[in-house]
Design a protein. Structure first.
Length: 269
């Protein structure tokens, strides 16, 4: 171990704690003096006595060069690393030119399924797939990952300008240009086919009769046992009767109310 001269210590810092050697305390909490500062033989660096006290290995070890000036016995079975001369001589065998390059199927880069520009161009077109939505789990991003279809392709195939508009859809189309499986991951309605048919009849009745009240549509269809034509004809028949008798019931009601009011006025007198 090489000690540091006092005139040099004023401009040198410890390489482990980055503290000037003149500012490092020489006594610890136990009032015992720290070892002397060490100047490394392998590189122009120094280690203060406080760091040597905290880590006695720094007495013979350089943390930068990672070498020790004390010969250590290697563990059993561990050999010395090969020299650079041996590796250089062995590398002379590989000076010959490499074999000619022949592209194979394995060398081709895989297509990115989520990139719209990497759509496979096949001669045989594949039909689109219908996916019934489960709004608790399905979104544009989740469908893109499940089917391996770019999100922009899903939006364009379903004419969706914003992702939140999918909440108003019951189904979406998976373009066959990107999805070659041909099998839908949700081929049937989530609530069942019978429930889907019942809701479809309610929507068709509301559109045909131009009625926006859901309860009214449900009442007519329940009375007709969900016979769409019968429920529609009953509604139009009721509309025709109300048009044929618009004023009689209203006038009779107003007359009765007026008579009752007159009788009450006479009684008060």
């Amino acid at each position: 171990m090489t000690d540091i001269k006092p005139n040099i210590a004023s401009s040198v810092s410890c390489c482990t704690c980055a503290t000037r050697l003149t500012e490092v305390s020489r006594f610890g909490q136990s009032e015992k003096p720290f070892p002397q500062d060490r100047w490394l033989e392998c590189c122009p660096r120094a280690i203060c006595g406080r760091c040597i006290y905290d880590n006695p290995r720094f007495n013979s070890y350089c943390p930068y060069c990672q070498i020790s000036n004390i010969d250590n016995i290697l563990p059993p079975g561990l050999k010395d690393p090969p020299s650079y001369a041996a590796s250089t001589a062995a590398g002379a065998v590989f000076n010959s030119s490499p074999p000619p390059y022949a592209p194979t199927v394995a060398d081709r880069k895989p297509l990115d399924s989520l990139n719209e520009k990497s759509a496979p161009q096949d001669d045989e077109p594949v039909e689109d797939v219908l996916h019934f939505l489960n709004h608790a789990h399905d979104s544009i991003n989740s469908l893109s990952l499940r089917y391996g279809v770019p999100a922009s392709a899903l939006r364009r195939a379903n004419n969706i300008s914003s992702d939140h508009l999918i909440m108003g859809r019951r189904t979406v189309i998976i373009p066959g240009q990107y999805y070659k499986g041909g099998v839908s991951l949700s081929p049937r309605p989530i609530e069942g086919e019978e429930e889907e048919m019942r809701k479809a009849k309610i929507r068709r009745w509301m559109v045909a009769c131009k009625v926006h009240e859901y309860d009214v549509a449900l009442l007519y269809l329940q009375q007709a046992d969900y016979d769409l034509e019968l429920a529609t004809s009953q509604y139009f028949a009721d509309e025709e009767w109300e048009r044929a008798h618009p004023a009689e019931e209203r006038r009779r009601g107003k007359t009765i109310i007026g008579q009752d009011n007159n009788l009450r006025a006479k009684r008060r007198r």
